[in-house]
Design a protein around this ligand. Structure first.
Ligand SMILES: *[C@@H]1O[C@H](CO)[C@@H](O)[C@H](O)[C@H]1NC(C)=O
Ligand SMILES: *[C@@H]1O[C@H](CO)[C@@H](O)[C@H](O)[C@H]1NC(C)=O
Length: 253
């Protein structure tokens, strides 16, 4: 019986002694059983080479931070200690963020990722994927509503929808390309609405992509929740239906 109880206790304590994320839970979320890295923890590139980062920040147990896993960060990412309990040393962490944010799972704390998403985003910022960050269909909406999810915090909400506009600047002045560049090369060709502002607090304020400056009031009190679930962008609903219920939240003229 005693053996059984101690086995039970041991299994209960097991997660404590195994190598899991400890001390610093930034860029992680709780998945129901463990703290795991968010996609934004590893969405950026290292500043110095990946191979140098792998040497400086050798993985504690062969596994490196990746979205959804609970690999323990290399101690050097955040502490001068070499065993737990390891106190956070802010200089160590700052160096890791400045040089090897991806290897240390700290992308979400770099300037490009460290801002607030919009209060009523048109899509669920928490589930934005890397392919959406690169998708012409999503980039401008994400830059406005979920900048922290794609490292768009320093763009002021203004990005090109396609990523290669800058290869040929003459495209901005080419006759016949106006509507293309107005839609897809807003940043390169200076076509972002000036109403997109980036508050120094890191809060993005948007009144974008439309020509009106005020909207009719939402007729439903559920718009904020619906918006988080994608109501404003879901083409299952017609534009008229979205406007009739949540014109303000969805910013529909
Ligand atoms: C996130 O990082 C900051 C600064 O390094 C630290 O003070 C804070 O405790 C961390 N938050 C969590 C949840 O670990
Ligand atoms: C949470 O993450 C851990 C570590 O990656 C994994 O073993 C576990 O299955 C995950 N749990 C859920 C509910 O996704």
């Amino acid at each position: 019986m005693i053996a059984l109880i101690s086995l039970f206790i041991a299994s209960f304590l097991a997660p404590e002694v195994s190598a899991v994320i400890g001390t610093d839970f930034n860029c992680t979320s709780y998945n129901g059983t463990s703290f795991v890295y968010t996609p934004a923890a590893v969405a950026c590139s290292n500043v110095i080479s990946d191979s140098s980062c792998a040497v400086i920040y050798a993985a504690a147990n062969t596994l490196y931070p990746a979205a959804g896993n609970d690999a323990q960060r290399s101690y050097a990412c955040y502490t001068t200690a070499t065993a737990t309990p390891a106190a956070l040393v802010t200089d160590m962490k700052a160096a890791a963020i400045a040089n090897c944010p991806k290897t240390c799972g700290y992308c979400c704390q770099t300037d490009a990722y460290n801002c607030r998403n919009a209060d009523f985003p048109r899509l669920n910022c928490a589930t934005v994927t890397l392919s959406q960050c690169n998708s012409p269909a999503w980039r401008t909406i994400i830059a406005q509503d979920c900048p922290a999810s794609c490292g768009f915090c320093l763009t002021g909400g203004c990005v090109d929808a396609v990523t290669n506009c800058g290869n040929d600047l003459s495209i901005c002045r080419t006759v016949g390309m106006e509507s293309f560049v107005n839609t897809y090369c807003q940043k390169t060709c200076n076509r972002c609405p000036s109403s997109t502002t980036f508050a120094s607090s890191g809060t993005v304020t948007t009144t974008v992509t439309s020509t009106c400056t005020s909207y009719i009031a939402d007729s439903s009190t559920n718009c904020a929740a619906w918006s988080r679930n994608g109501f404003c962008t879901n083409t299952f609903y017609t534009l008229a239906q979205r406007r009739a219920r949540c014109a303000t939240t969805c910013r529909l003229c």
